[in-house]
Design a protein around this ligand. Structure first.
Ligand code: COA
Ligand code: AMP
Length: 634
């Protein structure tokens, strides 16, 4: 079948309001919008102003009212605990209403922020939908972040409440969340008035008097009395959620998502990009703490009337590298979305893909990869063994859905390894040089999107319009800066090569080297430091920290290095995967004092490098090479 992509993209370009107006017909609005797009409000315009709506209504109620009450909405599969559960749309709605009742009974109101710090259990999804239902703004914090990171988010979002669980479970260890939560609240200046705790069998959290509520017990009460909590109408432009993502400093950016535009774009993406129909099973093997989890575990599949899978496990080791195939076969998954790193882990443990033959993957149609560069080896391995199309697509926390993809539902375009394919309708992607001039096809440059951004993309950062404008809109006036560098070939295929800032991507997780440097610099023995991302076979990148100790420090440097590794784990969390700290006498710098991070990375990755013309003292590069060798790197 010839792809309709070109026609659809041209159609959008010629009449963006008509395009998004059509897409908006798929959403149930309480009151209609005044116009599709108002170019005069917000930093670059706002989508569907004037409308009122409710995202939870569109995810649940309307499916229960119109033909899907008995269809599974959410399947929970937890190989790490051995538990499984399934909730129909009607059952999920009842539980979300019960959780909404608990929230409003405890004083949570429309516009209040609620932080959700949860493992991958159904209640995490219920919590997000319950907030959406009552018009509260959720902010999910990934369970792998430490107390200090949680505290930073508490102080920025100023939540009225936190919803959490007694524990998370990682292979070989149970992580009690309550001490982390209490520690974060001790650190933070802002204090939430309520904490709702889901008690899990593995750990019973001690609840603190007036502040803490046993969420499941309170929900049971609401369920048994059949509490009906109606959906609160919110403005299309009201925030649905805030999701913090790494910036260039330790202060994360609070990406704001609105209600109306978000629903319209995500609903459109399900058929056009993922080629999936209502009633089918869509599985995003990610975590609700990341944007992939927000968009494609929770909101898009439910908006579309699909069944979503909440998976609490790892691609390998829970119990083996066949678990993805078991879940696909057992739950009739049609589309799987995950990060390339998951496939690298599977390929490492089962290089010949022998475990695949144990399962009937008859319903499985397409694999989508995102979150980091998909290396051709991994794509080819997956194609060869799964015998389904493997689609790389590129997006960011900021956008909530793909900027570039191969739109399977519009008819697949030829796959070009190393490219996430073409710009999606809504995105006018261009490549500019540093002075802001367009470059020719095949030339590397800054990847930008001509304003306005399409629906679902961030309108601003939480209570920080200034940082939003400075971070994204100022450097290239009239464009959104993606902070990715790459090129576009003569067929419009995009190639994403690297970040232009200090963000690194570890196992598909976005991390700030600046944030890690702030932690290293806080160690009393450290005078100066630099963190870079070096190549890692499994995780894509891994952080590597170089430290110069203060003069006069005569403690064993190996002890200090261990303390530094422990300090990053304590302050940022295990997810930072910070394992290499290297003590050096000096850092290589330009004559103007800028640290030569690029050259250090090339040395660590064992690449050929050119001596930077501006280097102050070339001998330092040899010292770096020696120190890395001592640590088994390079
Ligand atoms: N709570 C607490 N700790 C967590 C956690 C959570 N929710 N998630 C991860 N961690 C811990 C891990 O246990 C690990 O701890 P360790 O240093 O003691 O081993 C550390 O954080 C680093 O985690 P990670 O980088 O995920 O490495 P891993 O070795 O545990 O797993 C993969 C590697 C590839 C299997 C895993 O990263 C993966 O499945 N990734 C792909 C899917 C994905 O989530 N992508 C994200 C966006 S699409
Ligand atoms: P996050 O906001 O965590 O989703 O991370 C977004 C960043 O991950 C992007 O800016 C890219 O640097 C990187 N990224 C995501 N998807 C891809 C992809 N398909 N190819 C290359 N890089 C990607």
């Amino acid at each position: 079948m010839a792809s309709r992509y070109q026609d659809v993209y041209e159609g959008w370009k010629n009449d963006p309001d008509g395009f998004w107006g059509n897409a908006a017909e798929e959403i149930d609005w309480f009151t209609p919008y005044d116009k599709v797009f108002d170019a005069d409000s917000g930093a670059y315009g706002r989508w569907f102003p004037g409308a009122t709506c409710n995202t939870c209504y569109n995810c649940l109620d309307r499916h229960v009212e119109r033909g899907r009450p008995g269809q599974p909405a959410l399947i929970y599969d937890s190989p790490i605990t051995g538990r499984k559960a399934s909730y129909t749309y009607a059952e999920l709605l009842d539980r979300v209403k019960a959780m909404s009742a608990v929230l409003i009974d405890n004083g949570i109101q429309k516009g209040d922020r609620v932080i959700i710090y949860m493992p991958m259990i159904p209640e995490a999804v219920m919590a997000m939908l319950a907030c959406a239902r009552i018009g509260a703004v959720h902010s999910v914090v990934f369970g792998g972040f430490a107390s200090k990171e949680l505290a930073t988010r508490i102080d920025d979002a100023k939540p009225t409440a936190i919803i959490s669980a007694s524990c998370g479970i990682e292979p070989g260890r149970v992580i009690a969340y309550k001490p982390l939560l209490d520690g974060a609240i001790d650190f933070s200046t802002h204090k939430p008035s309520k904490c709702f705790i889901v008690q899990r069998e593995e750990v019973e959290a001690r609840l603190n008097g007036e502040r803490d509520v046993d969420m499941l017990a309170a929900m049971d009460e609401a369920l048994s009395s059949g509490r009906d909590v109606p959906c609160v109408p919110v403005a299309s432009t009201d925030p649905l959620y805030i999701l913090y993502t790494s910036g260039t400093t330790g202060q994360p950016k609070g990406v704001v998502r609105d209600n109306g535009g978000h629903m319209v774009a995500l609903k459109w993406s399900m058929n056009a990009i993922y080629g999936i129909d209502p009633g089918e099973v869509f599985w995003a093997a990610s975590d609700v703490g990341w944007v992939v989890g927000h968009s494609y575990i929770v909101y898009a599949p439910l908006l579309h009337g699909c069944t979503t899978v909440v998976f609490e496990g790892k691609p390998v080791g829970t119990p083996d590298a066949g678990v993805f195939w078991r879940v696909i076969a057992e739950h009739n998954v049609a589309v799987l979305f995950t990060a390339p790193t998951a496939f690298r882990a599977i390929k490492r443990d089962d290089p010949k893909g022998t475990l695949i033959a144990d399962y009937d993957l008859g319903t499985f149609r397409t694999l989508f990869l995102a979150g980091e560069r998909a290396d051709p080896d991994t794509i080819q391995w997956a194609e060869e063994h799964l015998k389904v199309p493997v689609i790389d697509h590129w997006w960011q926390t900021e956008t909530a859905w793909a900027i570039a993809a191969n739109p399977v539902g519009l008819g697949m375009l030829p796959v070009v390894y190393g490219s996430p394919t073409v710009a999606m309708p809504g995105y006018d992607v261009q490549i500019l040089d540093d002075a802001g001039h367009p470059v020719s096809a095949g030339t590397l440059g800054n990847i930008v999107v001509k304003l306005p951004l399409p629906p679902a993309c961030l309108p601003t950062l939480w209570e920080n319009d200034q940082r939003f404008k400075e971070s994204y809109l100022t450097e290239f006036p009239g464009y959104y800066k993606t902070a990715d560098a790459g090129y576009m070939d003569e067929n419009g295929y995009l190639f994403i090569m690297a970040r232009t800032d200090d963000i690194i991507n570890v196992a598909g997780h976005r991390l700030s080297t600046g944030g890690m440097e702030e932690v290293l610099a806080s160690h009393p023995d450290v005078a100066e430091c630099a963190v870079i991302g070096i190549h890692d076979q499994l995780k894509g990148q891994a952080p590597c920290g170089f430290v110069v100790l203060k003069s006069g420090v005569d403690r064993d440097y190996e002890v200090i290095e261990k303390e530094l590794v422990a300090l990053v784990r304590e302050k940022i969390g295990p997810v930072a995967a910070f394992k290499i700290a290297v003590t050096v006498d000096r850092l290589p710098k330009t004559r103007s004092g800028k640290i030569l991070r690029g050259t250090m990375r090339q040395i660590a990755d064992g690449e050929e490098y050119k001596m930077p013309a501006t280097i102050d003292d070339p001998a330092i590069l040899d010292e770096i090479m020696e120190a890395l060798k001592e640590h088994g790197v390079g």
